[in-house]
Design a protein around this ligand. Structure first.
Ligand code: AMP
Ligand code: MG
Length: 497
């Protein structure tokens, strides 16, 4: 075989912190090559974050590297082991069945681990093919970057590489590889793995790794492991609040999909709320509705209890584990959620009865089922001080079949505004920065996927450009802010990926 062409540029050097853990934590193995790779889309923001030199993404080597066909110098590819609870049931060992961690880069924007998803079988594939299809790869790529644009903590995505390799799902599709980027990919299930095997040495090593690498402040506490558990609990509470406020549904909140760093992790059958229904289930395979919109805060806590159980051997008194969750999670969620909802509703200052107003607003949304994103975005434009003005209110009123109910809620909102007055122009600017115009609606992802399957990736790239700045008006993307078209009624998203 000829030596590969030298890379055209100097790449940042690797600093592989996870690979420095003992071999019990992973299996070292190279990605399995895929023929004829081509770049579907690249997030330039993530490329810059990694310090990839300009022009590199256009080089022929880029697609080879991020398919896994060629390794970057210094990378030490591996698949990590973890376990987890899936749909409330202990599932035993899982692990990176189709993910290869290439290693970590450290630069002035932080420490970034780079992971290929869909680059072939690993010892944790459990009979599956180790691949990811173009469809689900586009969804993961776009949603990672959309969530970052929305300001929600998330793993990032550098690129999607498409190939011709057939992959069997419900039908034959083609394989793709997504490059994910995050400070770390450690999961709740990574801890459950060692606790379930009574391997307390590895459990402690993993906790020490997370503390020393990501949460050094915990080391200064009396009990660093308790401090870590509290940190995870608080961040998870805040993450759930952010998901709920933006109308995001994860779809598969198994403990193996929960990030120890409080990031949104593993995008599968996710969804964004459209016609509001608190009971909405975005994952077609979730028959019980365990991961419905309204259950997410509860499931976040349930998952934390599983993590707390795994932490028991690290804590001097078992009671500390539950207390670490109970004393942080609920408050972190409630405080963050109230703050986000006040911002969404344009409330200048908090009043003691705001919680009631927020509850009434959700009850109203449940009765009337307007589009969740448009309800808040159009509300931004209304005057809070004027007497009801039918003409300017109409874009918002059009969201309701029952106009009288809408008008009644609006009158309450204006009455609430009057108690903490805020000049319209200022309030509107603040509300526009808190209420996105664009979210990754299923029908948007679906139309980009349909086009991409024909070899035209332009819609994926346009959507990426739009979703990076979801709070900006971007009139050129007006169509992406629209209600789902008729053809999208009944679009179902399953776990198949
Ligand atoms: P997920 O539901 O995508 O979070 O995956 C749950 C577990 O199944 C993880 O251990 C994945 O690595 C594994 N898995 C999912 N799909 C595949 C696949 N196509 N090949 C190998 N492993 C997979
Ligand atoms: Mg997963």
């Amino acid at each position: 075989m000829n030596a590969p062409e030298p890379l055209p540029i100097d790449l940042p050097s690797f600093d592989n912190s996870f690979a420095a853990l003992p071999e019990a934590f992973y299996t070292r193995l190279a990605p399995l090559p895929l023929g004829n790779p081509r770049v579907v889309a690249v997030s330039e923001v993530v490329a810059a974050m990694l310090g990839l030199p300009p022009g590199f993404v256009d080089s022929p080597q880029f697609a080879e590297i991020f398919t896994g066909n060629r390794l970057l110098p210094g990378s030490e590819p591996l698949a990590a082991v973890y376990s987890g609870h899936q749909f409330g049931v202990w599932a035993g060992q899982l692990g990176d069945g189709r993910a290869h961690l290439l290693g970590g880069l450290r630069n002035d924007t932080g420490h970034w681990e780079i992971q290929l998803k869909g680059a072939g079988r690993t010892p944790y594939s459990r009979g599956a093919d180790g691949r990811a299809v173009l469809r689900s790869s586009i969804r993961e790529f776009l949603c990672s970057e959309a969530m970052a644009g929305l300001g929600v903590p998330t793993t990032r995505a550098l690129c999607i590489i498409g190939t011709d390799q057939p992959v069997r799902r419900e039908e034959i599709e083609t394989a793709a590889v997504v490059t994910r980027v995050a400070p770390g990919f450690v999961r709740f299930g990574s801890f459950e793995h060692w606790a379930s095997r009574h391997r307390h040495g590895e459990l402690q090593q993993l906790a020490d790794y997370v503390i020393d690498t990501f949460r050094p402040a915990c080391r200064t506490q009396i009990n660093p492991y308790e401090a870590l558990l509290r940190d995870v609990s608080r961040r998870t509470g805040e993450l759930m609040a952010q998901w709920m406020a933006v109308g995001f549904m994860h779809g598969v909140m198994n403990t193996d999909n929960m990030s120890i760093l409080g990031l949104t992790l593993d995008y599968g059958p996710f969804g964004f709320m459209e016609a509001f229904d608190a009971g909405h289930i975005c994952n077609h395979s979730d028959h019980q509705g365990r991961y419905s919109y309204q259950n997410q805060p509860h499931v976040g806590q349930w998952n934390l209890y599983r993590l707390a159980d795994a932490f028991l051997p690290l804590l001097k008194r078992p009671a500390l584990a539950r207390a670490a969750v109970d004393e942080t999670y609920g408050d972190a969620f409630a405080l963050r959620f109230a703050g986000l909802m006040r911002a969404k509703l344009g409330l200048r200052a908090s009043l003691p009865d705001d919680e009631t107003f927020i509850d009434e607003t959700f009850a109203f949304l449940q009765m009337q089922r307007p589009d969740y994103t448009l309800f808040f975005r159009r509300l931004c434009r209304l005057s809070a001080t004027n007497a009801p003005d039918r003409a300017t209110d109409n874009a918002w009123r059009d969201l309701f079949i029952d106009r009288a109910a809408g008008d009644a809620w609006l009158a309450n909102w204006r009455a609430r505004q009057a108690r903490t007055p805020w000049p319209d122009a200022e309030r509107q600017a603040a509300m526009l920065a808190a209420n996105p115009k664009f979210v990754l609606r299923n029908w948007l992802a679906e139309s980009a996927i349909r086009q991409a399957k024909t070899g035209d990736f332009s819609e994926v790239r346009r959507l990426l450009a739009c979703l990076r700045r979801p709070y900006d008006e971007q009139p050129e993307f007006e169509a992406y802010a629209a209600l789902p078209p008729d053809w999208a009624n009944g679009l179902a998203v399953s776990c198949s990926s």
